[in-house]
Design a protein. Structure first.
Lengths: 298, 163
């Protein structure tokens, strides 16, 4: 069946066009104004449910491919990897034993200094979806959303370091802006010296810039940059980047910093839910202290 | 009006739109991402010229809202952009459908530029300096593939642009 054009008027009714354009303009401006107003509070108009299926559809083939390649992995490879993972888990658990004691000691010491502190971080595992929203934004979309407890502003890390923070949330997915996004700045601290500065994204996944350090700052190749926690978004102490080896004839800062997280290849991400309600002061009585910690909601 | 009812094309419309949205957010290989044209804009243009009394400004606005939700933009950015683009397309519809295909590509370049400009204008964040040129690549690729796009879609859906 073909649509025949020769029976239609060649010129579409002019005034109707103008009216529709004005309606469209006004409606768009109203919607934009509402969104602008809402964006400050982290909410968006609930339109995303309509296009959710498209996102899942696009992600489908990539996910299938990954599952198939997982199934076809050799038995021997799986056994070897299983063994390696068990050993790694054992080592990590051993380190964790000391961590609990250190955390308690830290709590006590801070209480003695009358400073407030956070009680603990909880993590949620999320998988990145294979979709690309906008090429000029370094974004990852993950498969956990509002229903799973993800909120705007939560920090996201992987096994090696900080990845970014949650920018937008829908009911089933979340958009995460990476630390390498040009509009993103991460407050960091040089682990060795404690000097605080800001690491800014460049758009490249292997490089952050440190534009606010003076040229004579005490910084060396190999230095580790960790989050300083000053922004209230990223919990303090998570690795962010490392200073690469110095190139011939260039100042150290020219090379920027290389992010620790594997921003290109990660398959699992952790969304960190920080319990940021501070306790006023650690109680002096030990039995009172343990009660106070237990009754606190995570 | 004595033309065929649009109902017979509703499925084609939904399918082409659906595919365009899928292509819009498809993850391409590392270097190709910025060259992905705005398939949804192209599909809107494809349908707007033959059946303007059904596919018009308000319809383009609605599709724009869906694309905003799809790509995580502020709602209304693409609504505004697609609506204005539809308006401009409808204004010049009479001349456009008689033009040879390469010249049509030039006009499509103009239409897509207007659309991209409007999205940029309503954007909350500034484009990073490194991305200033990259932002316009989809406009170029969209205009370049317009003739082939038109040809393929016409063949698939049976909708002809020219009398």
């Amino acid at each position: 069946m073909r649509v025949r054009l020769d029976h239609k008027p060649f010129v579409v009714n002019g005034s109707a066009l103008h009216i529709k354009l004005i309606i469209c303009l006004v409606a768009s401006l109203i919607v934009l104004a509402i969104e602008n107003h809402l964006e400050g509070s982290g909410q968006r108009l609930p339109f995303s449910a309509v296009v959710e299926p498209v996102r899942q559809l696009v992600n489908g083939p990539a996910r299938l491919f990954r599952k198939l390649s997982d199934y076809s992995a050799q038995q021997t490879d799986l056994v070897i990897e299983n063994q390696r993972l068990r050993e790694e888990a054992l080592v990590l658990r051993g380190q964790q034993l000391r961590f609990d004691a250190l955390e308690q000691e830290n709590t006590r010491l801070r209480g003695l200094l009358d400073s407030t502190f956070k009680v603990g971080d909880q993590v949620l595992i999320a998988e990145p979806l294979s979709i690309s929203l906008v090429p000029y934004e370094n974004l990852i979309v993950v498969n956990k959303g509002e229903l799973h407890g993800v909120r705007v502003g939560q920090a996201v890390v992987d096994g090696n370091g900080v990845v970014g923070q949650v920018l937008r949330v829908t009911s089933q997915t979340a958009d995460i802006v990476m630390i390498t996004d040009p509009s993103h700045a991460t407050p960091v601290q040089i682990n060795r010296t404690g000097l605080r500065t800001i690491a800014v994204g460049t758009g490249q996944t292997d490089r952050l810039e440190l534009p606010y350090l003076p040229g004579n700052a005490d910084i060396e190749p190999g230095d580790l940059l960790v989050t300083s926690g000053l922004d209230g978004v990223f919990p303090a102490g998570y690795p962010v980047a490392r200073i690469p080896p110095r190139k011939e004839g260039q100042p150290v800062l020219q090379g920027g910093a290389v992010p620790m997280a594997r921003l290109d290849h990660n398959r699992e991400l952790l969304v960190v839910r920080t319990d940021s309600t501070p306790l006023q002061k650690a109680p002096a009585d030990p039995s009172l202290r343990s009660n106070a910690l237990e009754s606190h909601d995570p | 009006m004595t033309h065929e009812p649009l109902a017979s094309h509703r499925i084609a419309l939904a399918l082409t739109l659906g595919f365009a949205m899928i292509l819009r957010i498809l993850p391409l290989q590392e270097g190709w991402g910025p060259f992905n044209p705005d398939w949804v804009a192209l599909v809107i243009l494809f349908w707007i010229f033959p059946v303007p009394e059904r596919i018009g400004i308000l319809w383009a606005w609605g599709v724009g809202l869906m694309v905003d939700a799809l790509t995580g933009r502020l709602l209304g950015q693409h609504g505004l952009a697609y609506g204005v683009m539809a308006y401009l397309a409808l204004l010049m519809r009479a001349r456009f459908i008689l033009l040879p295909l390469p010249i049509q590509s030039l006009w499509v370049l103009g239409l897509l530029s207007a659309e991209s400009l409007l999205v940029l204008w309503t954007q909350r964040q500034e484009l990073p300096a490194a991305m200033q040129f990259q932002y316009w690549y989809p406009v170029l690729t969209g205009a370049l593939i317009w003739p082939f796009f038109l040809f393929i879609l016409s063949g698939l859906t049976g909708v002809r642009h020219r009398p």
